[in-house]
Design a binder for this molecule. Structure first.
Ligand code: HEM
Length: 410
């Protein structure tokens, strides 16, 4: 497989990857929107890296690319695994394919419909106001600055997710530390860290126990006490579902709020435009998703049969890694792609992925982003960065893009 081509060596796991990512994407895309690459630390294990918009969109929609690597096993291999009772990692919806994916997604989706998310808006506004009260006091009591990421963006996203899943506020600090460590340590190309995984499973188990005995009006209570047999999950599916929602459901939204704020503060005319017209929060969120989207690369896909993608021959078993971050800045899709511009003519982006695995929480994330920005700008219309913009740093960890800190001066 892949032997007739020589892979390009790309250092995706470098500490400073996010500082250099867009230069790399532009160089690769110029050669081919679907390039054969390998990591320096994984020689001989090439994969297809997708940086072009058209190829990325096609790949995310293609049923010949599976999310579950076990799809590639032959019936004999599957039978052998079953006979040996090998521990089958319980699949999350993200790492499964139809029909399992369809069933798991249907069960979770109800909590994230536009209607449910609209009903949550007043609560999100209340949390945003409360957190800004606290941040205001912290700034006054301290040196006049606050780290907006940790005083506002994370707590706001955690509060919104906590309302949906039903976990207590006392868990917020621990979950925040865990999510930042996981986002830094894990990439779609590395095995999950067993310690972090165990911690996440611990939270999921505790939440299941809490809701088993004290059901309330939240998603986890409904999963633990399903209304019909169709909605019943096995124990391992339940753990996997809650773990996925906790892992995917707030770190990304927090990064969206922080990256949008940083982009606006480094483009003061656009900050002023949003201050004068709150309706611009929606295009600001979409432009941030395109320009500094929190998810840099999708999860690995596996070809289950040969096909062509972006002019390249993909063979059975090949791995394909789509980079929404690269696709969203493809000059054949967006004019002047490296310019942040909330007034641009909107074009579709892949920041929430595409195809059947498109983000189930997209409506919630957009709502948090819009409310987060509008509440912030109404409270602190003259907000400034409390650091030189060149000092802002991205966290390591290739799969997700998030700032390490966002020091601001109200
Ligand atoms: C700005 C915030 C967010 C971004 C950028 C984001 C991005 C994404 C992306 C790119 C995927 C697909 C990955 C792939 O195709 O391999 C995805 C899937 C998913 N996201 Fe999000 N997400 C965000 C917020 C959320 C929230 C708030 C939740 C839930 C509370 C959530 C839950 C999920 C789930 C469950 C999946 C798997 C969907 C499936 O496999 O069918 N996400 N997200």
């Amino acid at each position: 497989m892949l032997d007739e081509l020589r892979p390009i060596v790309v250092d995706l796991l470098a500490e400073d990857f996010h500082e250099r990512a867009h230069t790399l994407y532009d160089e690769l895309r110029e050669q081919s929107p679907v390039a054969l690459v390998e990591l320096p630390e994984q020689p001989g294990r090439g994969f297809w890296m997708v940086t072009g918009y058209a190829a990325a969109e096609a790949a995310l929609r293609d049923a010949r690319l599976a999310n579950d690597p076990r799809t590639l096993l032959s019936p004999a291999q599957r039978a052998a695994r079953a006979a040996a009772q090998l521990p089958g990692a319980p699949n999350t919806m993200l790492l499964s394919d139809p029909p399992e994916h369809t069933r798991l997604r249907r069960i979770a989706q109800r909590a994230f419909t536009p209607r449910s998310v609209t009903a949550l808006r007043p609560t999100v506004v209340r949390h945003a106001e409360r957190l800004l009260d606290q941040a205001d006091k912290a700034a006054r009591d301290g040196d006049g600055t606050v780290d907006l990421l940790h005083t506002y963006a994370y707590p706001l996203s955690l509060a919104a997710l906590g309302e949906i899943l039903g976990f207590p506020e006392a868990w917020h600090p621990g979950l925040e530390v865990l999510a930042v460590r996981a986002a830094t340590a894990s990439t779609p190309l590395s095995a999950p860290d067993p310690e972090l995984r165990a911690q996440l499973e611990g939270y999921a188990r505790d939440l299941i126990l809490l809701k088993r005995d004290n059901p309330a009006d939240d998603l986890v209570s409904r999963l633990v006490h399903p209304a019909s047999g169709d909605d019943t999950l096995s124990n391992s599916e339940l753990m996997a579902m809650i773990g996925l929602l906790m892992a995917a459901g707030f770190e990304t939204s927090a990064s969206l709020i922080a990256s949008a704020t940083a982009s606006l503060l480094t483009h003061p005319a656009q900050w002023a435009a949003l201050r004068d017209d709150p309706e611009l929060a929606a295009p600001t969120v979409e432009e941030t998703m395109r320009y500094w989207g929190p998810v840099e690369s999708a999860t690995v896909r596996y070809a289950v049969e040969p096909f062509e993608l972006g002019g390249r021959r993909i063979r059975t078993g090949d791995r394909v890694l789509v980079f929404p971050a690269a696709a969203n800045r493809d000059p054949s899709h967006v004019t002047d792609p490296h310019r942040f511009d909330i007034h641009r003519n909107p074009r579709p982006h892949l920041g929430f992925s595409g195809g059947i695995h498109n983000c189930v929480g997209a409506a919630l994330a957009r709502t948090e982003g819009r409310i987060g920005l509008n509440t912030l700008i109404a409270r602190w219309p003259d907000l400034r960065l409390a650091t030189d913009p060149t000092e802002l740093r991205w966290r390591p960890g290739m799969g997700l893009r998030g700032l390490r800190r966002l020091p601001v001066r109200p």
